[in-house]
Design a protein around this ligand. Structure first.
Ligand code: PRP
Length: 176
């Protein structure tokens, strides 16, 4: 089922079927890697809510599912640089996989990794649906990447512009 594009300035970048196929592949990969460990998925709200729902259901293992709140963008199309985290997770000794919709500047994941490491998890990895091809002041190396994309502002499949477009089933580019 597709949703009508709400603006002529939105161009489809990654189709719904391409996303769903890649999510299934990632699900198989993660399942194989964690088949003998209890996996704790940590989705980063709000953007990762759809990816988390689909990835967790694509797994052949049964994970423990958590969410944290992270926010940095406000209503603009560029990062504010100030990342706020909110959670009460107990991660000591756990095998943790952070599930993100997009790795852009890396500031959000850098903050999450720094915070999570302080709880001494048994392992800590990242799965991001989108990874922007851009220079970063922080080095973040996701173990699992859905798609590499160019440095464009994208919406859909969880990603928003001022709260809009999150429920599009595909990833779209907003033309400036
Ligand atoms: C977006 C996205 C990631 C983060 C990535 O979240 O969901 O969490 O930005 O950007 P970065 O690599 O430059 O830090 P945002 O702060 O917009 O909040 P949201 O998930 O509620 O939309």
């Amino acid at each position: 089922m597709s949703q009508k594009l709400e603006s002529p300035s939105l161009d489809v970048l990654i189709s719904e079927s391409a996303i769903q196929q890649r999510v299934r592949e990632l699900g198989r990969q993660v399942s194989a890697d964690y088949h003998n460990r209890e996996l704790h998925l940590v989705g980063v709200l709000t953007g990762a809510f759809l990816f988390m729902a689909d990835l967790s259901r694509a797994l052949e293992i049964s994970p423990v599912v958590h969410f944290i709140q992270a926010s940095s963008y406000g209503d603009s199309t560029s990062s504010s640089g100030n990342v706020h985290l909110s959670h009460a997770l107990k991660l000591a000794g756990k095998h943790v996989l952070v599930v993100e919709d997009i790795l852009d500047t890396g500031l959000t994941l850098a903050k999450i990794l720094q915070d999570f490491r302080s709880y001494n998890p048994a392992s800590l990895e990242i799965c991001t649906l989108l990874n922007k091809n851009r220079s970063r002041t922080v080095s973040i190396m996701p173990k699992y990447n859905g798609f590499m994309i160019e440095d464009e502002f994208v919406v859909g499949y969880g990603l928003d512009l001022a709260g809009r477009y999150r429920t599009l089933p595909h990833i779209a580019v907003i033309q400036p």
